[in-house]
Design a protein around this ligand. Sequence first.
Ligand code: PMT
Length: 230
Amino acid sequence: LAPQDLTGVCAVVSAGGTREPLDPVRFLGNRSSGRQGLAVADELAARGADVTIVAAHVEVPLGAHRVVPVGTAAELEVAVRHEAKTADVVVMAAAVADYRPAHAADAKIKKSGDAGLTLELVQNPDILAGLVADRRPGQVVVGFAAETGEGDDVVGTVLQHGRTKARRKGADLLAVNPVGVDLGFGDVPNSVVVLDGEGTEVGRGGGTKREVARILVDLVSDRLDRSSLH
Ligand code: PMT
């Protein structure tokens, strides 16, 4: 039986991949399946937390959780911000588009001869950084960093990118996971190095997505100030 160390804790977890419409039939998306977010939600709930999943596009059933469905990064931001007002723990496991098309066409974009097509993209807000900036006292804010490595030292460069992101976003915890075509996304094992807001390593491990979730939730539990639960 899981320990009930999170009884009375209210948590919101974002999961899945956002979809930014180009026209009524096309979108810009990513490979996130929602499995890692769901695993975090399952672990939190198994330990007694009251959990809401803000779900972008997912490939898996979200079970018995309370779910707020969203499509775009903008919708995800509104929903997570709303849920965060009453949450003790916020976990951003969703893969959020950094850019969206400047204009979504009202009708299907037509092929025009043999010419290519140039899309104009604009930046989406950084939702995690906004949550950190507006964090309530005692609230624990957690992010994931999806990084690809380069050159001879793939693991080292993943971690280097992760450290930079940890310092920039300032979340209490940032789980850095290497991603690629067969890595990180989907029905695969995962591995994380968990950093604090200064980029210092506070945990690491790998295995199933549930095992990764357990590593992260243990660190969240250590950081919760039980006297200020919502
Ligand atoms: O869903 P799965 O198939 O199980 O795959 C899991 C996963 C690889 C998607 C997951 O473990 C993961 O890494 N999620 C975060 C993906 C991501 O968007 O990473 P990022 O490095 O681009 O962003 C860093 C953090 O900022 C994330 O917590 C992200 O939710 C958040 N973010 C990103 C962009 C943005 N505009 N706003 C944000 O809040």
